[in-house]
Design a protein around this ligand. Sequence first.
Ligand code: SF4
Length: 380
Amino acid sequence: MDFKKLVEDRHEYAKAWKKRTGGKVIGWFEPYFPEEIAYAAGALPVRVLARHEPDYISDKWIYASCYPVRDITNLFLSGRYDYIDGIVNVEGCQWMYNAFEVAANNNEKLFNFYLFLPDYTDAPTSKHATRSEFQVYLDRMEELTGKKVTEADLDHAIEVYNTNRMLLRRVNELRRMERTPVLGSEMMNLVLADQVMDKAEMNKLLADFLAEAEERAPDKDRIRLMLIGSETFDTGLEELVEALGGNIVIDELDNGTSYYWNNVFPMKDRLMALALRYLGRPHCALKDNNWRRRPQHIFELSEDFNIDGALVAKQVYCHPHGSDSYAVWKILRERNIPYHYFERGVKLPADETSARLEAFMNMLKPGLNHLSGWHKAFGE
Ligand code: SF4
């Protein structure tokens, strides 16, 4: 299965889905969006993915913002998303909110909904506020689709999404293997495709992929890296790493492992179950406030997946990650995990990035990481 092609053809896929089912397509902007609610209402939730195209538009609306925000603005205003029926933004990155607002303000026919989700996800009242917001969103979806959402609809959506996350976790487990046969670029394409497809359909593809991947022979020895930082929408970086003999065996990205890390635990109050799931997902940089979970989560992933080093890649102008990087650097330093930090822009400058990655990777030796004592070997 060519997941990269699925990502490239995502507009055609959604248009065909719409024609086939007569359902509504809902574009979502932020990782805390409760897709199950849209799915239960018979809609197709698709993540709005950035893709760089010649851009003569976004400067007029959004100046000095990260490339995902500018590219998404350009895609909406140049008509790439004209088939979409509605957009939803969940309280999160204010720069992404700008892209949402510009898209909504330039198309009055577009259904739009701003969903508040507390930045203090662990506060005692957060779950009640979130549940209440989910209820308002559910009511709006019922108005939009004309479908009364029953408890059975919510149960079905939760089941499909839980299965999806479980399958993604199972693929991800293969990345723990010493010479994992799953490349980082393949995994990222798979997760990106997952975010723009009907999950029931994707689950069948994932089950087939898993059966095939489990039978693969181990890959050659590669330097095992972890990717941390701002979200990405392509696999340029993963492919560069692979060309240099490395492999990104785990990531901590909003559109990577954080997307599928935790499941919904069934409860009688379905909306509360969903609220707890979204509040309990790995914190994004912006919502890691009161009780810091993100650095510890990153450290646990680094140990579980036995990495040799980490790449911390921030989008230029990404303020949430810019202001959280200190905590990431701190835990990596404290735990003797070598890392390379850099900023990425509209397009990844291949030669420059490749030279930097090569220099970093040359300092690492596969299998000789902080667990097995590289710091001792190098006299640290
Ligand atoms: S989190 Fe960073 S990269 Fe993502 S939309 Fe916000 S500013 Fe841009």
